[in-house]
Design a protein around this ligand. Structure first.
Ligand code: COI
Length: 383
């Protein structure tokens, strides 16, 4: 039985930990076409002041095309702008699409870093395999990020806790209506300067446990970061919002009993004995980079973390008995968010604590911003 402290690296963690070439070397794989009319100083200053998620985009985007028989080509950094896409493009009909979420952080000395890009590259390729799409060389994936952030360095905000959110995406751009893997794909990376994901910052969110909707089933695409998983979560999310809740939590599809994830975030439970639990990777939830980092940080603090199936009925009893004292959600965009209320049609419970949640948030954001030691070499210098 696991002691909660020993750490066996997952395939993504192992692949993601491989040493990468310097950013300036991989950036050269992308030819830069500078924007002829970049954002005005005024528009840039407004974006850097607002920092709400996805409100404004940097001047450029990275782009590459994959064509059957030719592989990846046309690797460029081009002006950010609308795409030309055939109405018959396969992604519009069959949803062959994957994406990633990453961030670039400005450190106090002005240098710019990202967090575990090899992990994101490995997960991008794992998603690609599941969605029958071409994989990308890790050096191309990291090269796209490096070239884009080098070109748009002024878009990386300065305030602690802010960052330039990076969104790599790949979709089937072949114009063809037959149901088969496409013969052409487009890869893009776009960037948006962001502050805190939730408008109320680190104040606790309320969670509605979905009744009847499931995010993913056994053998499905739940472990892939593909748009359809998120589209399917929108209606349950709206139901939760209509009931006055911030986010929705899904249970497993097979037994409708075990906690899975929030759709865009993984979930953790903190017990009064000091141990922590998070749903195990059963193939139906996303293996979050933030989830992985938190497990590692907690275990190395001496906090046992158990990756296991968490039965909702047991969780409810444990919250009532005071044996569960905190819950939190995590993801790249939101980082770490305390959960202050958990409810369904059968119960409505307050979860008052947030001490461990806030301390892990501070440690993680501290590492990402260069204020805390990075013994795992998770940071990668971009500029
Ligand atoms: C992220 O946390 O970066 C994600 O990709 C989740 C997204 C739904 C905001």
């Amino acid at each position: 039985m696991s002691d909660g402290l020993s750490h066996n690296m997952t395939a993504l963690e192992t692949e993601g930990a491989r040493a990468l070439p310097a950013a300036k070397d991989v950036a050269q794989r992308f030819e830069v076409q500078p924007h002829p009319a970049p954002a005005s100083e005024e528009a840039w200053a407004k974006a850097m002041d607002d920092l709400s998620f996805g409100a404004a985009y940097s001047d450029h985007m990275a782009r590459a095309i994959w064509t059957r028989g030719q592989g990846w080509h046309s690797k460029q950094v081009v002006p950010f702008g609308p795409l030309t896409l055939s109405p018959a493009a396969a992604v519009l009909h069959y949803g062959q699409e994957i994406f990633e979420g990453m961030k670039a952080y400005r450190h106090d000395d002005g240098s710019i870093w990202t967090f575990r890009p090899g992990y994101n590259a490995a997960r991008f390729n794992a998603s690609a395999r599941r969605m029958c799409m071409p994989q990308m060389e890790v050096d191309d994936f990291v090269g796209a990020i490096s070239a884009l952030v080098t070109e748009d360095a002024k878009w990386v905000p300065t305030p602690f806790g802010s960052s330039l959110y990076l969104r790599p995406v790949m979709f089937a751009s072949e114009a063809f209506l037959g149901v088969h893997a496409a013969a052409e794909y487009t890869f893009l990376t776009i960037a948006t300067p962001v502050g805190l994901y939730f408008k109320d910052g680190l104040s606790p969110v309320s969670i509605w446990v979905s009744d009847g909707f499931h995010r993913a089933g056994p053998g499905g695409t739940g472990a892939a970061k593909t748009g359809g998983n998120y589209a399917g979560a929108l209606l349950p999310q709206e139901e939760a919002a209509d009931a006055g809740f911030d986010q929705v939590c899904f249970l497993d599809a097979r037994e409708n009993q075990y906690l899975e994830e929030l759709g865009g975030m993984n979930v953790f439970v903190v017990r009064s004995d000091g141990s922590v639990r998070t749903p195990s990777l059963t193939g139906t939830i996303l293996e979050g980079s933030t989830r992985s980092a938190i497990i590692r940080l907690l275990r190395d603090r001496g906090t046992p973390v158990f990756e296991e199936r968490i039965r909702l009925a047991d969780l409810v009893e444990d919250i009532k008995r005071g044996e569960v004292i905190e819950m939190f959600a995590c993801g790249t965009a939101a980082v770490v968010t305390p959960i202050g209320r958990l409810a369904s049609k059968d119960f409505d419970l307050e979860i008052p604590g947030s001490a461990l949640t806030l301390s892990i948030y501070n440690q993680l954001v501290g590492i990402q911003n260069g204020h805390e030691p990075d013994p795992y070499h998770w940071l990668y210098r971009l500029v």
